[in-house]
Design a protein around this ligand. Structure first.
Ligand code: MEV
Length: 334
């Protein structure tokens, strides 16, 4: 389950799960081929997939608009397959930058792949990226790679063993394992939902300005330094680099007064922090001073955020024993 085991064959009904994710360095720049560091977090999402008696379900003409990720998965991984129903349970807030769409894409890809004979982990990383990218239209494979692999991963940056090589036909991304410092983090949703696709397009336009390449180089250098500091377990340096990365994200226009307010509220209990994910709303991540996780979470909650103290989820996307009984749904954005 952690990074390398294949998804075995299984019959419907079945259930698959995947963790949420948090980006520590390099969001947005990774879309343009630069380095990124992510970790899979212990907020799980589970999808039950069962045969459906409603034969028109998979051919609903409104599906691309109402269920873009489900539709993208059906198109790519379930052509000619029998109608299915999904049952989704999730602890990951939707449209919050914490990986709900990546986890949904990865769990659904794992489930469909199992029902079609299984897939190795690199194949699952490709499929989950193709589903998320198909639904979003833009973006990098960073989020889906992290939730497929579990643990800490770098994209186009330093690391230990190589896990996956992914491409969209134009750009290439190499995903590597990064050593886990076993820290607790606090992530917090601002309550402001946002669209990954529109934030990615707005940043793309900003980066087409004459200083765009220089900005991308700064994002890249920061992410590389951040990865080295995490591996060295240098908490103070990681905090400093998180703050610096937040400054760059504000410069490309994806911070938000609510995010800045949450970061300011947490400040006395943390070594640093930044927005995480696409920004323009969504969530923040802060690195607490040792033993002050709950204080950081309380400060953020008092400032109106929805905090979670999270640890690394080392298990990537995997099958689970049986489907859960819950209401259906498809996150319409990450
Ligand atoms: C979104 O979670 C992260 C972005 O870098 C987009 C992407 O990598 O696909 C903003």
């Amino acid at each position: 389950m952690s990074g390398s085991e294949p998804i075995p064959p299984a019959n419907l009904p079945l259930a698959a799960r995947a963790p949420g994710k948090c980006i520590l360095f390099g969001e947005h720049a990774v879309v343009h081929g630069r380095a990124e560091l992510l970790l899979a977090i212990d907020l799980p999402l589970q999808v039950g997939i069962s045969p459906s008696a409603r034969s028109s379900l998979n051919r609903d003409s409104a599906a691309p608009d109402t269920n873009p990720y489900f539709h993208a998965a059906l198109e790519r991984l379930w052509t000619g397959g029998p109608p299915v129903e999904l049952h989704v349970t999730s602890r990951i807030p939707r449209a919050a930058g914490l990986g709900s769409s990546a986890a949904f894409s990865a769990a659904l890809s794992a489930g469909f792949s199992a029902a079609r004979g299984g897939v190795d982990r690199a194949g699952l990383a490709e499929r989950a990226f193709s589903v998320e990218r198909g639904a979003q239209g833009v973006g990098s494979p960073g989020d889906t790679a992290a939730v497929v692999a579990g643990g800490y991963v770098s994209v186009n940056g330093p690391g230990e063993s190589e896990l996956f090589r992914l491409t969209d036909g134009e750009r290439r991304w190499t995903v590597r394992r990064v050593k886990d410092p076993s820290w607790s983090w606090v992530v917090a949703y601002s309550g402001i939902p946002r669209s990954t696709a529109s934030a990615v397009r707005a940043v793309g336009e900003r980066l087409s300005a004459p200083d765009g390449e220089a900005l991308l180089d700064r994002f890249h250098a920061l992410a590389e330094a951040g990865i080295r500091a995490v591996v060295a377990e240098d908490r103070a340096e990681v905090g400093r680099l998180l703050d610096e990365n937040q400054g760059l994200l504000a410069q490309v226009g994806v911070s938000h007064p609510r995010l800045e307010a949450l970061l300011a509220a947490a400040r006395p209990a943390v070594v640093g922090g930044k927005l995480t994910g696409a920004g323009a709303g969504g969530s923040v991540v802060v690195l607490p001073m040792p033993g002050r996780e709950l204080e950081a979470a309380r400060r953020i909650a008092r400032a109106g955020g929805l905090p979670f103290v999270v640890r690394t989820e080392t298990n990537g996307a995997s099958l689970v024993a049986a489907p859960v009984e819950e209401t259906g749904g498809d996150p319409s954005a990450s």
